[in-house]
Design a protein around this ligand. Structure first.
Ligand SMILES: *Cc1c(COP(=O)(O)O)cnc(C)c1O
Length: 431
């Protein structure tokens, strides 16, 4: 399958080229030329298939031109080596836990998939690719972990100084080897803008091959559709229509869920739950898209004022607002409401959510006020321990520290502080 640029001023490319480029030369996001639905028997018999088979069938059409079948299967086996449990908490409410990967973030799947693809594309070649990634929290750790030691790839991570949690910071500053962390004096949007500027910089382009590991990269974005299929496999027997509430920042995860729906997954509705960074909830009310500066919140991996993937969502529905509204609702919540949800879910279900999952829970409950006949799944995108301070303070208890985290807590942070794009550029050119 070919991928085209949503700005429509660049040539169509293969999956391989789209992964290596990250973003198209006209600065547009890549998008698959067409999405062929899977057979109805695929969904009818989904419970008889392994997660690896499901993932293979879902992603095959997008990548088959660039990755042979055997290699793709091998990649999926190494990427998907942890569980994705669905836990029912209340009547008609379940959570899909996506935090059982090596960095306890749902981004582990996309990051590892992309790392394996890029590693494969660069095998036996002398070229080197620099992966440049901006993180508002969890991307950095997942990308650093996924790419650690991959031959031919250097990873440079930009993160906003003082705006990620201690554990998140350690996950991206303690690995060494081919991973470098740049600590930016600014917020996430500043980091993301620096990355976007770097991609357009012809001085850089002539010296190094740059790509992005944010969800703008198709290899990070598309594998996230697996989660929705895996959840459906477990919930297929429910009588009610299934809806997903996705805690959203850059809107890559929810957009991948919508691609799964285009493949034929029977989803009745999507809910994009955000924190006070409410650009999309406002758009869904006013039809006016006004990006804003991002505001810092306790669900910091969603502190995004201008979500990159929303353009892909609009494109999926042919920029038709009515059609989009039939598939998507979006609500925003304050930190106070989020903490209150963490507490009330704990008190009533004895279940600990992280602040992102709690925002997802709130979005689900809001939608179900009018649609109580639906079966709702909210995505729990990070392990609560990654937001230790907030969760412990809200619940007045101590969380046990899993071994994956214990390991990073013992290591020392190494980062390079930068203030401006020019500093990023000279860092990249001096390498
Ligand atoms: C990245 C992230 C999100 C938001 O995902 P998007 O695909 O950017 O919308 C939500 N929760 C956590 C914990 C994350 O790391």
């Amino acid at each position: 399958m070919k991928f085209y640029s949503l700005n429509k001023e660049a040539a169509d490319v293969s999956f391989k080229k789209a992964v290596i480029n990250g973003i198209a030369p006209d600065r547009g996001l890549y998008f698959p030329r067409d999405i062929k639905p899977l057979s109805s028997s695929f969904f009818e018999n989904i419970e008889d298939q392994t997660d690896h088979d499901i993932a293979f069938k879902a992603i095959e059409q997008f990548v088959s031109e660039s990755i042979p079948e055997n290699k793709l299967k091998e990649i999926l086996i190494s990427v998907l080596d942890f569980p994705f449990p669905v836990i029912e908490l209340e009547k008609n409410v379940a959570t899909l836990e996506l935090f059982h990967g090596p960095t306890l973030a749902f981004k582990d799947v996309g990051a590892r998939f992309m790392a394996h693809c890029l590693g494969y594309f660069l095998e036996n070649q002398n070229s080197e690719v620099t992966v440049l990634v901006a993180t508002s929290g969890d991307t950095g750790g997942a990308v650093a972990n996924g790419f650690l030691g991959v031959q031919g790839v250097k990873v440079v991570i930009l993160y906003p100084s003082g705006k990620v949690s201690d554990i998140q910071e350690r996950q991206l500053t303690t690995l060494g080897q081919n991973i470098t962390a740049l600590e930016v004096n600014g917020n996430f949007d500043d980091c993301q803008n620096m990355v976007k500027t770097a991609f357009l910089d012809s001085d850089l382009k002539s010296e190094i091959q740059l790509t992005s590991a944010n969800s703008i990269n198709v290899a990070r974005w598309l594998p996230q559709m697996f989660y929705f299929l895996f959840a459906y496999k477990k919930l297929k027997n429910k009588e009610q229509p299934i809806i997903f509430s996705v805690p959203s920042g850059n809107f890559g995860n929810i957009c991948a869920g919508m691609v799964a729906q285009k493949l034929g997954l029977p989803v009745a509705h999507f809910i994009a739950a955000t924190n006070v960074n409410d650009t999309v909830p406002l758009f869904m009310r006013t039809q006016e898209y006004s990006p804003k500066m991002s505001k810092a919140t306790i669900s910091n991996a969603m502190d995004v004022g201008d979500p990159s993937n929303f353009i892909r969502i609009r494109n999926l529905y042919k920029n038709n607002f009515t059609e989009l509204k039939n598939h998507l609702s979006s609500y925003s919540f304050t930190d106070e409401e989020t903490k209150h949800a963490i507490l009330s879910v704990y008190n009533s279900c004895n279940y600990i959510t992280d602040p992102h999952g709690a925002v997802g829970y709130l979005g689900l409950k809001e939608y179900q006020k009018d649609k109580s006949d639906t079966f709702g799944v909210f995505l729990e995108t990070a392990h609560p321990v990654k937001f230790l301070d907030v969760v412990e303070e809200t619940l007045k208890l101590k969380l046990p520290i899993p071994s994956q985290i214990q390991n990073v807590l013992e290591k020392n942070k190494v980062s390079i502080k930068i203030d401006t794009y020019d500093e990023l550029k000279s860092y990249l050119l001096n390498k």
